[in-house]
Design a protein around this ligand. Structure first.
Ligand SMILES: C[S@@+](CC[C@H](N)C(=O)[O-])C[C@H]1O[C@@H](n2cnc3c(N)ncnc32)[C@H](O)[C@@H]1O
Length: 192
């Protein structure tokens, strides 16, 4: 799945992930933690930017990145229309260097969108884009699908991939969009 693949999905409107609202789990997380220090957050694979705007609305310096030019355009247009200041740039999260290291990375349906053979690269990208004391907050999709995207993951895989580099602060089943109820796992990690 390269840039052309994702851009074609935006061009044809084949976007079943587009729910018109941020991840319910993220909304609840931000409401439950009003006292987090307000730093910079990177949302890789940001789509049309709902999650970026949720972080911006909560007072964070919010940055979205996407490999598809249409996603970047839509994030910029919708954020301006909402009166929110966000940054959005075209980038391949897996191979590009970050414009700056971030305090937070928020994962939501990028891990399940990339080819599973790129998951080692994904973990390396998280380490490259995050500050040494950064935090990684993830909403993962616990589905069995091996033909994707979306491609499933498991709690065990998340532990194997991230626990060598991060301490797990909290893990829970979040509130979800209706068609994902009970199928998501949220993990809040702090870099070791
Ligand atoms: C399933 S969509 C999810 C979009 C958004 N996170 C949401 O939940 O609405 C996956 C997104 O990741 C983007 N993407 C795929 N591979 C990427 C990569 N290597 N770097 C940055 N973005 C990527 C796609 O263009 C698409 O916008």
């Amino acid at each position: 799945m390269n840039r052309e693949y994702w851009e074609a999905r935006y061009q044809s409107g084949d976007m079943p992930w587009e729910k018109g609202a941020p991840s319910p789990g993220l909304v609840d997380f931000l409401a439950a933690h009003p006292d987090l220090p307000r730093g910079s957050v990177c949302v890789p694979g940001c789509g049309t930017g709902h999650d970026v705007r949720a972080w911006a609305q909560a007072g964070f310096d919010a940055w979205g990145f996407d490999i598809a030019p249409s996603a970047v355009r839509l994030t910029r247009e919708r954020s301006t229309a909402a009166g929110l200041v966000v940054h959005c740039q075209l980038a391949d999260f897996l191979s590009d260097p970050p414009p700056q290291p971030f305090d937070w990375i928020f994962e939501h349906t990028l891990f399940c969108a990339i080819n599973p053979s790129d998951r080692d690269k994904y973990v390396q990208a998280v380490l490259r884009w995050l500050k040494p004391d950064g935090q990684y907050l993830a909403v993962n999709y616990l589905i069995p699908e091996k033909e994707g995207p979306p491609f499933g993951t498991t709690k065990e895989e998340q532990w194997e991939r991230f626990s060598p580099h991060f301490d797990l602060l909290e893990q829970w089943v979040p509130r979800s969009y209706p068609n994902r109820t009970g199928l998501e796992l949220m993990s809040w990690w702090r870099r070791k």
